[in-house]
Structure formats: C-alpha cells, structure tokens
Design a protein around this ligand. Structure first.
Ligand code: PLP
Length: 428
C-alpha cells in the first residue's frame, strides 16, 4: 500500500500537535510506522488520504456499532444542525434520549449527560464519594476508565501501550485513594476491603474488560463483587462505556443479569459524537447538583447535535430485536475463522470474545487479568498489525485493544478478514 499522503500529513501534524495526534494510541507508537489519516468512511469501510480502503475493526473505538455514516444518525445530525448548534439551555431532545436510555437499561431511573467516557466515570466516582461520605475507590489493574487522575493507576489500553500506567502529574494524594485489585480475583478484592474497612466508596470496573484485550468476567466474579459491595456499604460502578448498548440493549447488566449502583456510558450512546453519561436510581442521582450537593456541570453537556446522534442511534438499536443476535453470530463466525487460520499456520494464540467484542492474544493459556494479558507476544502483534493493514484490514494499533464488530460487516467482509489473517499468519 502507498501511504505517501498520510506520511506527509503526519509530519505536518507533528509540528503543531504533540505526537501528531489528539489521543496517544492513534500514533502507532506501539506498532511503529506512520498513522494513516482517514478522509471518509461508509458502512464497514474506511478510506484513507491515499485512497486505500480498509475493513474497519476499530470503529472509532466502539461507537459505530451500525457502521460508519449510518443514514438515520447522519440525517438526524444534519437536520438538528440547521436549527443551531448549542444554546446552553434545556432542550426537549435531552429528555427524549434520557427517557429512552432509562427504558432500555435496567436499574436506572435517571441519567446525566456529559461529553466523554472520562467525564462519565470521573463524575460517577465523585457521586459515589459524595453519596457514601468515603474517599477510597477500588479499580482493577488493566481496566481503563478514562484519563482522569484517579484512574491512571495501572490503566490498560493506551496508558499501558506507552509504558506509563501511572502518569506523572497524578498527585500522590490522589493515587493513594485508588486501591488496585486483580481482575477476576475476588479474594484479592476482599483482602483490600478488609485492610481499608469503612473507607471505600465504590468499586469501579469494566464488567467485560476491553482495555487489556477483551477479558470476560469469570464464573461468579460480578455476583461476588455485588455481594461484597452490599456487605460493606460500597457502591458498585459498572463502567459500560464500551459494553453499554453494545452487548445488549441494557448492556452488561442485562447480559449477566446483574445490578450495578451507578452505570457509566460513552461511545455507542453518542452515535459517534462526543457523549458520555452516568446513571443510577433516583435516590443516588438526587445527590447531584442542583438537587443535591455533589457538583457536576458542562457547557456543552446535552449538546443538541450530540443528543440527536445519540437518540437516532439508540432508537435504531431499540427497534431492531435481532441486532444483538446478528452481532454475536458475526463475531462468532470471525472468531472461528481466525482460530482456524492461526491454527493451520501454527501460530500460538488465545482468543477471547463476548458478544461483539473480541481480541487476539499471541500467547497460549487463559487470559483472565492484566498479568496474563501482558504476556502476549508484542513482536508477533506488531507484524500481525502491519500485515493486516497491508491486506486492507484496520485493527487497533495496540495488543491491549479489543476489536469491535459492527452490523455493517457482511459475511463477505468477514471472509476477506479471515483470508487476510491466513495470509499474514504465513509471514509471522
Ligand atoms: N471507560 C472505558 C471502558 C473506555 O474504554 C474508555 C475509552 O476508551 C473510557 C472510559 C474513556 O472514554 P473517553 O475516551 O470517551 O473519555
């Protein structure tokens, strides 16, 4: 493939944007090479500035569950734009999307919209602290909840890719209130709670981890967390920024028949525009300003264009009773095809999958937490990534990311992807 124009644009960007990117993992630092600059996308495909075409498995890191430039979403945004882009007042559409989200997701009565997943998680933790009157939080190594200070403690995803799970700039004071646990290890959680009796406001986790590759909760892990939270007056926060409206209409709570106290959303809920949200029952949400003392605000929160995109997206998902079955079937098909291609070529691998989230680790053995995820062979991944790119398949440029399957992918696209895996596996 020819990447001439992308390379030139990257060189230009590097002069005025740190690292040439506005979010670090886009920089291809973990895999080497020059990031490709995308000029347009439609359905399952991206087109770059050199007119190369790719089947997309990043999908803007999750939001584009129905594919790119999905007509109902685009139309809704275009129509809204004509009427003004922001008013800083309440608008009817905010209530419409709130009502729909509350009707789709179990265990929530009220929802507040923000502008990103980071803001959603940050605000959810503040609410949990304000509600319980306690300071400490438990997060899991390898789980990413955005780039707010409290969460940059062994965060997965980009933070790990850059070898900086603990970022300079996060104060000791903040870091000491974040207690780190091992994913899928309930005994470890219990020990931490025991050592910090009466001090923990909340446990926050990705109910299916997606930022250390895809890691499902094992056995009764979520149920045991619920029990331990109830026994210790700790709020359970599900960060469903990735899983919300992706694994089921009601997200991981519905899929696993679980109840979280606070749920965070991002990605799909914005239809590709900057939206995040957090939600809970009325009692907890009543602690938020202006009803209660926990402060949280945003000039562009509930922005009409973002709400229009999000509402159109949720309406599409809500009316299509087969969507989650189709996504699961397509992902399972891809999963089987990749296993076959890698096995045939003697490439050691482990594949994890939940619903339409899937990841390929180049190592054998179960991948259940950050430690096992980190064992993946990064050199193999780098070659795999570039091989796939050259074969017209765009996966995330980091071994710690999940592939997102969209409904826009046809079985022909999936077959092309599997053929690319086979071709690349021969070169590994
Ligand atoms: N939580 C999870 C689970 C995420 O995957 C992400 C982003 O990838 C975030 C929070 C942060 O969201 P944002 O990048 O919109 O701030």
């Amino acid at each position: 493939m020819n990447y001439t124009r992308s390379s030139a644009l990257f060189a230009q960007a590097e002069k005025v944007i740190p690292g040439g990117v506005n979010s670090p993992v886009r920089a291809f630092k973990a895999v080497g090479g020059t990031p490709i600059f995308i000029k347009e996308a439609k359905g399952a495909y991206l087109v770059d500035e050199d007119n190369n075409k790719y089947i997309d498995y990043i999908n803007s890191w999750g939001p584009m569950i129905l594919g790119h430039a999905y007509k109902p979403v685009v139309d809704a945004v275009v129509e809204k734009t004509k009427k003004g882009t922001s008013f800083g007042t309440p608008t009817e559409i905010e209530t419409q999307i709130a009502e729909l989200a509350v009707s789709m997701v179990p265990n929530i009565d009220m929802i507040r919209f923000v502008n990103s997943g980071t803001e959603a998680c940050m605000s959810a933790v503040r609410l949990a602290r304000g509600y319980t009157g306690k300071d400490k939080i438990i997060k899991f190594a390898g789980c990413y909840h955005g780039h707010s200070d409290s969460f940059l403690i062994q965060a997965g995803s980009g933070a790990v890719t850059f070898g900086a799970p603990n970022s300079p700039g996060v104060t000791q004071g903040t870091a000491k209130d974040t207690l780190l646990a091992r994913y899928n290890d309930i005994e470890n959680v219990k020990q931490i709670i025991e050592a910090n009796k009466g001090e923990i406001a909340c446990i926050i986790l990705e109910p299916v981890a997606g930022n250390m590759g895809c890691i499902p909760p094992q056995n009764d892990f979520l149920k045991q967390l619920r029990e331990v939270c109830d026994a210790n007056d700790i709020l359970l926060i599900f960060d469903e920024v990735m899983t919300g409206f992706r694994l089921a209409k009601g997200g991981a709570q519905e899929l696993f028949n679980m109840k979280a106290d606070i749920v965070c959303f991002g990605k799909v809920i914005g239809g590709g525009l900057p939206v995040g949200a957090f939600a809970a029952n009325k009692e907890i949400m009543s602690h938020l300003a202006p009803l209660g003392p926990v402060y949280q605000a945003g000039t562009l929160s509930g922005n009409p264009l973002a709400m229009a995109a999000g509402l159109a997206m949720l309406q599409e998902l809500n009316k299509d009773s087969e969507i989650y079955t189709r996504l699961e079937e397509k992902t399972a098909y891809l999963h089987n095809g990749i296993v076959e291609a890698l096995t045939k070529n003697n490439i050691t691998h482990t594949i994890n999958r939940v619903g339409s989230m899937i990841s390929v680790h180049f190592d054998e053995g179960a991948v259940v937490d950050f430690e096992t995820a980190a064992k993946g062979n990064n050199e193999t991944f780098k070659k795999f990534f570039h091989g796939m790119l050259d074969n017209g398949v765009y996966i995330a440029p980091s071994a710690f990311e999940t592939w997102f399957i969209t409904d826009a992918l046809s079985y022909e696209d999936l077959d092309k992807t599997i053929a690319a895996v086979d071709a690349v596996a021969k070169t590994l």
